[in-house]
Design a binder for this molecule. Sequence first.
Ligand SMILES: C[S@@+](CC[C@H](N)C(=O)[O-])C[C@H]1O[C@@H](n2cnc3c(N)ncnc32)[C@H](O)[C@@H]1O
Length: 222
Amino acid sequence: MRMRRKKHLEDRLSACGDRIIFMDREDRDFSVKTEESILDLRELFKNDNPIHMEIGCGKGKFICELAALNPDINYLAVEKASNVIVDAAEKAIEQGITNVYFLRGGAEYLESYIPLSSIGRIYLNFSCPFPKKSYASHRLTHRKFLDIYKRIMTADAEIHQKTDNMQLFEFSIEEFSHSGFGIKNVSLDLHDSGFEGNIMTEYETRFTELGQPIYRLEAHIL
Ligand SMILES: C[S@@+](CC[C@H](N)C(=O)[O-])C[C@H]1O[C@@H](n2cnc3c(N)ncnc32)[C@H](O)[C@@H]1O
């Protein structure tokens, strides 16, 4: 039964064609950066538009809505779980959205794929909080990740973070400060803040229905 489900997932992933780029194939060590592994983003998108990225895109509601609203921006959506990135890629294909590509794999591999100083904005939406202290280095705002983001970001780029988790939010603020980021436009209750143009993610809808406030900030390289 499990084998059949796995085969079904593999079939769906391959039906998405080149829309999903696999950052963690078994036949290569992607922790090693080589010239060939770095994506030619101009060739991929067939234009020179700015490139924004969401890390941990889940089932892709946010990135598909954002990409449809901004056809002059190219988007890369990173997600390590195959069973959700496949939903996201299928959604983009079904909706005829052409300015988004999906990268399957952990954010730790990004530098092996993304050219230095190429990403104009990074979205971190409801990243897994990993509440246990011993798992802190897995949090997507841990300094280990911020150092990677800094290298692939353009000098004027921003990171936009949303979360329902106060502990993760506090941890992130500390990590941003430690890693040389400034913070602005902080909201402790996004939906009651007058912020315009918010695009709800799948997790945001769920937490909002439970009555939880949403925390949001923007971070920029100092
Ligand atoms: C809690 S879900 C949120 C999904 C979506 N952003 C939303 O708001 O609905 C977090 C997602 O981040 C992904 N994720 C966690 N660590 C990751 C990593 N190191 N690299 C890429 N994706 C990661 C998980 O697989 C999961 O799909």
